[in-house]
Ligand binder design. Structure first.
Ligand code: PMP
Length: 531
């Protein structure tokens, strides 16, 4: 390691406030090395191993600096891989897309292709999905307007040549009060109103649906689909808004549809009379969901609600975007956490572990029936689809799939070991622990609310939203265990270690959590916050 940069103190210019917050919870440590499920913390006398249960926020399922991934990276760099060769053939990107398709087809029992658009971060893949969905919606709007304009013109011709009359009901349905005698004039008034409605509907911003507790990123559009108000509201003016759907309330879906749907009247001639047919206007742009909410507190979507959402979206012609950025890439025992739910996404987003812990890459996949090739012209990124990231991602898939999917099974098995420890803890400390949730290596431990704690330190931390960070600080300082609360549910600690996590590290975490639980039971805030 180059010691100059590591040891020469500089002014705190990189997000100094965040540094202060981390400092206050004792989390502002520096890591100098990482291997497997361990990070090495710099200390005055050298290095201190820390068991990593944060797992790069889900980015290192295979472990830090996996030897085969590092070897591949070296090979690529030594071989002078053309990292930047934009606007040329990218066979490695094609191979990666094909391999993702092969695995997804196996999991979904389908053979319909998903086209891939690559990006560089999770939120960027979500932004690409949002943009693609809006491009598609815009094209569906244009197709609808063109179709109804053509139908209107044939009805207009029928009215002009006297083969169709325009009854009062047409005008009254449209809210037109005038009743001219001439059929042509009556139809012109009806058309004027239909066109006004079409303009109004076209001007409406797209309607996105997302789940309460959902997290889809913090960029301009994706943050508007992220439920957490703290992240979302300061930027509400920047992008289209979402309606947030409560979990497991299928009744609400119909309600939302009734409230938000747009209808464009279209004239038709039946038995020599003009009548109006209602055409559904494409208002709904996309329904975004996570099969297991990560930042929302590790909450699984039920198979039943997944089915209801799927049916609802199919009925209203709205694509389902399954955000697998945190849950996917094998973390829960399958490439897609949504496949065992029977959910079939129209879009998928993948990131984090796709880059094997060293590349920054993500992908948006769109099912062929929804895909708009025009998107490839209007969307791009200098860094996306580069050879280095694609080759690394291919290596990740190779490692996941090796030995008939041993890594998936390992994620499941390690997840079970971790989960049974957390469940024991829940049983022993029901007064302190509220719940254990999650699947595979995506687990959460929810603590009971401490905002009324007898201890001033605990109470203040809870009221200030820092409770989970105080627990994380204690676990790090006292037990050399790294974990964090989930971003939008700060009473829940997340556990997303790599498949390399062993029983010793799970026991180390158990010791730490038992200590935390005992201190909470004793309401000993001083000990919890002490170094
Ligand atoms: N979607 C989900 C489900 C996520 O968990 C995250 C990150 N926690 C994102 C999107 C955003 O990814 P990134 O931080 O790479 O932008």
């Amino acid at each position: 390691m180059d010691d100059y940069y590591a040891t020469t103190p500089g002014p705190e210019l990189a997000e100094p406030y965040l540094r202060e917050v981390l400092d206050s919870a004792g989390l502002a440590v520096e890591y100098v090395r990482a291997q497997g499920n361990t990070l090495y913390q710099r200390t005055d006398d050298g290095e201190l191993p820390v068991a990593d249960f944060a797992g790069g926020y889900g980015s290192v399922l295979l472990g830090h600096n996996h030897p085969a991934i590092v070897a591949r990276a070296k090979e690529l760099l030594d071989g002078g891989t053309p990292v930047h060769a934009q606007f040329s053939r990218h066979p490695y990107a094609n191979r990666l897309a094909a391999e993702l398709n092969r695995i997804i087809h196996r999991e979904l029992c389908t053979d319909e292709p998903y086209y891939a658009v690559f990006a560089n971060s999770g939120a960027e893949a979500v932004e690409a999905a949002i943009k693609h969905a809006e491009l598609d919606r815009g094209m569906r709007v244009a197709e609808l307007l063109e179709r109804t304009a053509a139908r209107r013109s044939s009805v207009r011709a029928a009215v002009a040549d006297g083969t169709a009359t325009v009854p009062d009901t047409v005008l009254s349905t449209l809210g037109v009060t005038a009743r001219p005698d001439s059929a042509a004039e009556r139809f012109a008034l009806a058309e004027e109103e239909i066109e006004r409605r079409a303009r109004e509907l076209t001007a409406r911003p797209p309607m996105f649906l997302s789940l309460e507790g959902g997290f889809h990123g913090k960029l301009a559009a994706s943050v508007q689909l992220t439920h957490n108000e703290g992240y979302r509201l300061p930027f509400a003016a920047l992008a289209a808004q979402a309606r947030f759907v409560p979990q497991d309330r299928p009744d609400i879906l119909k309600e939302i549809h009734a409230e938000e749907r747009g209808v464009l009247p279209e004239p038709a001639v039946v038995d020599g009379q003009v009548t109006l047919v209602e055409r559904e206007f494409p208002v709904f742009c996309a329904f975004l969901l996570e099969p297991v909410q990560g930042e929302g507190g590790i909450r699984e979507l039920s198979a039943e609600f997944a089915r209801e959402i799927q049916e609802f979206c199919a009925a209203i012609d709205c694509p389902v975007v399954v955000d697998e950025i945190q849950s996917g890439m094998g973390r829960t025992g399958t490439l897609l956490a949504s496949s065992p739910l029977g959910l079939r996404g129209d879009y998928y987003t993948l990131a984090k572990t796709l880059g094997g812990g060293i590349a920054k890459t993500s992908v948006m996949l769109v099912r062929r029936t929804w895909y708009r090739k025009e998107f490839e012209i209007v969307h791009s990124s200098t860094f996306a689809k580069d050879s280095f990231s694609c080759h690394i991602a291919l290596k990740v898939l190779e490692l996941l799939e090796a030995d008939d999917g041993a890594a998936y099974r390992r994620a499941e098995e390690r997840g079970e070991a971790l989960r049974s420890m957390l469940t024991r803890l829940h049983t022993d400390f029901p007064d302190v622990v509220a719940d254990v949730r999650g699947r595979g290596l995506m687990l959460g431990l929810e603590f009971r609310d401490q905002s009324e704690s007898a201890s001033a330190e605990i109470r203040q931390a809870a009221q200030g939203g820092l409770f989970g960070y105080v627990l994380a600080g204690h676990l790090l300082r006292r037990h050399r265990v790294r974990t964090f609360p989930t971003a939008s549910a700060v009473n829940t600690l997340r556990f997303e270690p790599s498949v390399e996590v062993d029983d010793t590290q799970i026991a180390q975490l158990e010791t730490g959590l038992r200590d935390v639980c005992a201190l909470l039971r004793a309401q000993d805030g001083a000990a919890l916050g002490s170094a």
